[in-house]
Design a protein around this ligand. Structure first.
Ligand SMILES: Cc1ncc(COP(=O)(O)O)c(C=O)c1O
Length: 391
């Protein structure tokens, strides 16, 4: 991406004039057009009537499903819109009809809410959890996954990009193994959506959950779940209303034939349109180009961070992403974050709680997390590094 293009993209993002934002893995700055879409709809809704404006906006609302499908190479009938990634993930995971003794295989990079989901079903339904540790190079060992699969393996659940580590899991190679063994495959794509290209056909996943507010630059309170059409009937619908059901009589009901059976009727239409706008924006910029720029900027940041006395970069693995995790010797993460914030630089703190197994194994209680997006600049990286040097 040329400097001129970055300049234009920043000019179309109000936040970039206010602060240096390296918390894109938390929530990124939305493009102005996303904010305008949401606020304009809300204003119109207030003077038109919610149901009336919805009826007049059917095509735009439908297009949000089309945009999500395009983003991940799915079909529209495989898309469920939800409020966040966790809802999507838990709709898929808890919809599987696990029996006592069924096994779930995961990695040590799994997001903590997913781990809670596993532990909950271990308690209530007697499932077993197998965790595949990373190898010495910080990579997910595919051979260990093959070896761990048993006749009891029901699900492989993988976080595509962990929340507090800079690596990317080999989701397509894992998917090939899952499909060959006929095992269900659930991918947490929360940090991946909008950061790198996602192709569910290539990944061979059955389910993929994602959020709108992180790398997609959408509004808070938005997310989606992909459910591969071939496995839809295998997934129990956990709660339903007359949106989930196609027909209902006094004695029976029939569910919708598409993935919208997992949604409820009531949702925030303004935010939905904001999500659609953010996805269209990302597709227009080009997710391939976004990913290239993120890799370039995060590589540069890691290179500059390791040159600073006392700074340790923790990220390991053959493929790294926009999430850069580091510590400053003798300094508390909260103190560093506060000092940076006083200079209008946003970073976040990754706590052991969010990527629990990995952080515990590395004896890390917390790390600083600087997550870059394509609209960040080399100058901003210099600003962050100068601040860390105390200049
Ligand atoms: C890897 C990962 N999965 C899931 C989530 C949860 O996403 P949400 O808050 O949208 O439910 C997060 C949030 O940080 C995350 O980093």
């Amino acid at each position: 991406m040329e400097a001129k293009e970055i300049e234009a993209l920043r000019a179309a993002t109000a936040g970039t004039a206010e602060r240096t934002h390296f918390n894109n893995a938390g929530t990124s700055f939305p493009p102005d057009v996303v904010v305008d879409t949401v606020t304009a709809y809300l204003r119109k809704e207030a003077v038109t009537g919610g149901y009336e404006l919805e009826a007049a906006s059917q095509q735009q609302l439908e297009n949000v499903y089309v945009s999500i499908a395009k983003l991940i190479n799915a079909s529209v009938e495989e898309v469920t819109i939800v409020e966040n990634a966790s809802t999507g993930w838990h709709l898929a995971f808890n919809g599987i009809d696990f029996k006592p003794g069924d096994e779930v295989i995961t990695s040590e990079m799994e997001y903590v809410s997913n781990l809670i989901g596993f532990l909950n079903l271990k308690k209530s339904r007697g499932i077993d959890i197998k965790v595949i540790p990373n190898d010495a190079g910080g990579n997910f060992p595919l051979a260990a996954l093959e070896a761990a699969i048993s006749p009891a393996t029901r699900l492989i659940a993988i976080t595509f990009i962990p929340s507090t580590a800079g690596n990317v899991l080999p989701v397509a190679a894992i998917g090939a193994i899952a499909r060959r063994h006929g095992i269900l495959y659930l991918v947490d794509g929360c940090q991946a959506a909008g950061q790198l290209p996602i192709d569910v056909a290539d990944i061979k996943c059955d389910f993929l959950s994602a959020t709108g507010r992180k790398y997609l630059r959408g509004p808070r309170g938005t997310g989606f779940l992909y459910v591969r059409k071939e496995v839809r009937e295998q997934l129990r619908v956990l709660f339903m209303d007359d949106h989930s059901a196609a027909t209902v009589t006094e004695t029976d009901f029939v569910l919708r034939p598409d993935a919208r059976r997992f949604e409820l009727f009531e949702k925030n239409r303004a935010l939905m349109l904001g999500l659609g706008k953010a996805i269209d924006y990302a597709l227009e910029v080009g997710v391939d180009r976004i990913w290239q720029r993120i890799q370039f900027l995060s590589g540069l940041l890691r290179q500059k961070l390791v040159e600073i006395p006392g700074v340790t970069v923790h990220d390991r693995g053959d493929m790294l992403c926009g999430i850069v995790t580091f510590s400053v010797a003798g300094k508390d993460c909260a103190q560093v974050k506060k000092e940076l914030s006083e200079r209008k630089i946003n970073v976040s703190i990754g706590r052991a709680g969010s990527t629990l197994l990995y952080m515990n194994k590395k004896h890390l209680v917390s790390v600083l997390r600087a997550s870059v997006h394509y609209y960040n600049t080399e100058e901003e990286i210099d600003l962050l590094c100068a601040a860390l040097r105390g200049k």
